[in-house]
Design a protein around this ligand. Structure first.
Ligand code: BES
Ligand code: ZN
Length: 610
């Protein structure tokens, strides 16, 4: 058995717990030494310089430290430090050697100072910051956005960048005249205040959060209210479409509250980003950041909002203490997403999503290696949303639900979020908590649940139940007819939703005759699909078959959005052989400036190597 047990009543440091120095597990992705000194609060005063693509100003840190501590270690990546001061004098500091992706340790001699101010400037290549030129936005104005998860906040804020170290924050941000700043925090000055060289916006997040949730965007933004506490922010030309697409937000929030207890963050709003935003969504508190490709026009991708909203409980309230346990954020959230989806849109639709996820888990297990199919990861991985962290994680909770009953798991999760609110979590601690509150020493139940096997072993335990969706039986019948040579025009494509279409494209054999692909394209107009998930499934088939007719559509897809989940697998497939490589290189050369630094860093290795 891989992991040691901790005592059942144990709780990890920070947040609501009374001891601000409560012990934390060692985080190999951070240089911080939280047992010596911790950052509790960050106050930013920054000005955005779009010409130089830098943020410049100060960060004032409130620190708690163990008695006699005289230094603090922060994480920094590419920051140009002007000075550090505390207790009215200049403080000595040293920046150590940098490691790939992790930046460097910054050790400050704080002496007895418990509040320090760092004057600094970010680098134009800061990994967390996307600086968009007018041509890359729908308003034709500049746009800046940050992306902190998982370890990128250190490239724009000098602080302790470990998800177990919770910090409240406040900020004053000066944006150029005509642009507005928004953050993952209460907005104290909706219209800004006059400031030198622009307008100043002030913010406050009173709850302690992990600093990967610090988030800033600056752009030509308009607001549309959806309810008294939900709404959208978007560039003017897409604000109405966004408000239409996400109209169900208040209903979703009420559903989540009924299941898991009150929403604790006040407002829930969504910011629509430019197409180079590298994720589908990012759960920044009070202000989810979302890809514009979520606006399909027919509300068919709103599960993405349910997912980010669900993180308001799993992730933002109770947070993985280490990135090797990110299934505690993403697996729980994927489970909750399906529960919200089911409550709002019915069981059949949720079952289709679960069945697609099951197939994804099977593919991940077949692709191996086995070590990569554990929930508690052996090493922190790269950033790709994975079928294991997300879908095996969700299936674990679904298996618990099927074993102990829905009422019981709902009651347990509600109490789990309450008892651990604003605190970090580990796999060990979750299992101990679940045993204390649910299993209670019942050996037969323990044996049926296979908790340790789920959490620590590769593959799927034998109590995993394959989800079933009736609608997919009908899709299977269509796939059989298609495989027997039946005409594509007989496929009831028009009557299918996103999930049936995905199921069809994911189940037909990867290898198809050229004539068959032409027939599919003509009958289903696949290259014109508005729904990115379905189009992505089609383009994968097209690449596998060297389908020249789909290259313009593929090219358009790769150039009009920069979502990591879509672009990385497509470039990977293209780079597999001599047909795809020249296409990948040509398209990438043109599309690269549009991609976020996190995505282009990965694609540089993939496409431009050799
Ligand atoms: N928190 C993630 C995004 C993320 C994951 C950022 C890992 C950095 C590292 C977010 O909640 C998410 O899961 N987004 C998904 C969409 C979702 C509907 C599955 C995405 O971007 O694809
Ligand atoms: Zn997520």
């Amino acid at each position: 058995m891989a992991a040691p047990m901790v005592s059942a009543c144990a709780s990890l440091g920070a947040g609501g717990s009374s001891d601000p120095m409560a012990p934390l597990p060692h985080d190999p992705d951070s240089y911080a030494q939280p047992d010596v000194a911790r950052v509790k609060h960050v106050a930013l005063d920054l000005k955005a310089d779009f010409t130089r693509k830098v943020l410049r100003g100060t960060a004032t840190l409130d620190i708690v430290a163990r008695a006699g501590a005289t230094e603090i270690v922060l994480d920094v990546d590419g920051l140009a430090i002007g000075s550090v001061s505390g207790n009215g004098r200049e403080l000595q500091y040293a920046i150590g050697a940098a490691q790939p992706d992790h930046g460097a340790p910054m050790t400050i001699q704080i002496g007895d100072a418990r509040q320090i101010t760092i004057a600094y400037e970010t680098s134009p290549g800061a990994s967390a910051l996307g600086w968009m030129e007018p041509a890359q936005t729908s308003s034709g104005k500049q746009f800046l956005f940050s992306q902190g998860e998982s370890i990128y906040t250190r490239s724009w804020v000098p602080t302790q960048d470990s998800p177990g170290i919770r910090q409240s924050y406040e900020a004053r941000i000066v944006a150029p005249e005509g642009l507005r700043a928004v953050m993952s925090a209460e907005m104290l000055t909706p219209d800004g205040e006059p400031a030198e060289g622009g307008r100043a916006y002030r913010f406050r997040m009173m709850h302690p959060i992990p600093c990967y949730l610090f988030a800033l965007a600056i752009g030509d933004l308009e607001h549309r209210a959806i309810s008294h506490r939900t709404g959208v922010w978007a560039e003017p030309s897409i604000a109405d479409a966004a408000a239409y697409e996400f109209a169900d937000m208040e209903r979703m929030l009420r559903t989540a509250e009924t299941l898991y207890g009150p929403y604790r963050w006040g407002k829930y709003e969504v910011l629509v980003l430019p197409p180079s935003f590298p994720y589908g969504g990012m759960e920044n508190p009070r202000l989810t950041f979302a890809t514009p490709t979520a606006i399909a026009g027919d509300r068919s991708l709103v599960a993405l909002i349910a997912h980010e909203m669900a993180h308001s409980w799993s992730g933002n309230l109770v947070t993985n203490a280490l990135w090797v346990d990110s299934w505690l954020n993403e697996g729980f959230t994927t489970y909750i997403e399906a529960r919200i989806d089911e409550a709002l849109y019915g069981e059949e639709r949720a079952n289709m999503a679960r069945a697609l996820d099951w197939a994804g888990i099977q593919r991940a297990i077949q692709a191996g290696p086995p070590d990569a199919t554990r929930l508690h990861l052996l090493h922190p991985t790269d950033e790709q949303p994975s079928a294991i962290t997300y879908d095996k994680g969700a299936l674990f909770l679904r298996t618990i639900e099927q074993t102990i009953g829905r009422r019981q798991i709902d009651a347990y999760l509600r109490s789990y979020f309450n008892r651990h609110a604003f605190q970090p979590m580990t796999t060990d601690l979750f299992l101990a908590d679940f045993r204390e509150h649910v299993v209670k020493g019942d050996a037969a139940l323990e044996a049926r649940l296979k908790l340790n096997e789920w959490a620590y072993e590769p593959g799927l335990p034998s109590n995993a139940v394959e989800p079933h969706a009736d609608a997919f039986d009908r899709v299977a019948a269509e796939v059989t007819a298609f495989n027997a040579g039946g005409p594509v025009s007989a496929v009831p494509w028009a009557s299918w939703g996103t999930f049936e279409r995905q199921r069809f494209l994911q189940t037909i054999p990867r290898q198809q005759q050229a004539a068959r692909l032409d027939e599919m394209e003509a009958a289903l107009q696949l290259n014109e699909l508005g729904n990115m998930e379905v189009l992505f499934d089609w383009l994968k088939i097209a690449i596998a078959n060297h389908c020249d007719a789909s290259v313009p559509s593929l090219e358009h897809f790769l150039k009009r959005q920069g979502r990591s989940k879509f672009v990385r697998p497509l470039y990977t497939d293209l780079m597999r052989d001599g047909w795809g490589q020249p296409i990948a290189r040509r398209v990438y050369a043109e599309a690269r400036p549009m991609y976020h630094p996190l995505v282009s860093a990965a694609l540089d290795r993939l496409v431009t190597r050799r």
